[in-house]
Design a protein. Sequence first.
Length: 485
Amino acid sequence: MECWDRLHPTLKLFVYPKTIAMQFALLFLASLTIPVWLTSSGSRTGHNSDNTAPAKSDDNKVINWEVKPGNSWLLQNSAGDCYLYVNIKSGAGASDKPRVPLNISLVLDRSGSMAGEKIEYARRAAKFLIDQLSTSDYLSIVNYDNKVEVTSGSQPVKNKEALKNTVDKISDRGATNLSGGMLEGYTQVKSTRKEGYVNRVLLLTDGLANEGITDPQQLKKLTEKKYLEDGIALSTFGLGADYNEDLLTMLAETGRANYYFIDSADKIPQLFARELKGLLNVVAQNAWAQVTIPEGLECQHVYGYPYEVKDGKVLIRFNDIYANDEKAILIKLKSRARFTDNLRFDCTLGYTDAATFDQVKEGKPVQVKVTTDKELIKTGEEKDVQEMLALFESTERFDDVMADVDKGYYESARMKGAAAVKVLKEKQVKYNSPKLDEQVKKMTTYVQQMDSVKVMRESEKKMYQKMNKSVNYETKKVKSAEIKL
């Protein structure tokens, strides 16, 4: 069933220009997550208990996935880097199944900078979210400035009018205790956490954290702990020019959810459509991939998602996978010695089927052979893997360039940007890649406009930087800006 056909009639009204003032509310339907049953130390409560049936294979092909090396061959007695690419794609899913119930906490910034339209839009967003939930869902609403208050504790959504009346009482005041609001959101979700529910905190802010825990690394550790121990994810929403986009992006990454930059109302319908499409079409939950590293290799980096390395294995946790979704990671491995024997990678994908609640677990072995034939090395290169490597490397270089601009190091940024574009252009020509061509255009435009950025007013520069960082974030996540309903 098409996403548009599944929208509530009231919801459709929000997509048209006449209702743009109300569309801010839509962003808060960020997608879902379900408790993670793997931890870095093994399994925890939930579907992986002793009473659970063994994991099954995916005979219905809810998920299709492939694993490819950067090259099928390695030169014997050589040393260096090698790569392993994992691509996961989902199908349309079953249209006749009920959606997964929600257990979410909406955490709203009510600091003084939220005065006027911002706090009004936040209230409307909360009310809109209430209207879309059912009695099987749990919702809590938390507000924060220098103090943290629970507007409504976590409870089934039964009396919607009473909930909306409590939202009307939220007004702007005070400073920004972001950590306090976030922690209370986690507490509320955990208090009603159930197996089979999706659990997420939605955090909205328009400013800098200046009360409570303000150190980014401490906030990162806190978010990671809540995700690993309690299976609660975090989506972050940044409003305007004055919040810390690097912090909110990092928290969303660590919280295994989504980051959104909100600059103007006319972009809200597209963002909402993408989020709502996922919310209505969860096909797999608790998704993870694991790769056993052959002896003699070590994992240097994983592009695309946060990862953990332990006991010779790389673990990547994806959380939810939606209908017609795509997840991509690229593992960079470095040899500790020369290649003398063939390499075998044992790759495993696991998830919970959202329609049947069955645990699914599939394995795929990948072999890379050593050879003395240099011609095989040339022909064994996987074009699509090399293309993704070039793309992922360019996004990291782009982040580095933008970090220099943040610091006012314009000449350094210009030099780094020009060098990155040159390398990327060479890769684009070699692989004739539309993806790389698009990235070349983005980075070239950014470098060419650096003189203009240098003389921008501070507020304009902040918005410009947030926009480009948001676009680069989307590229890392293999997300398309085009929305098709």
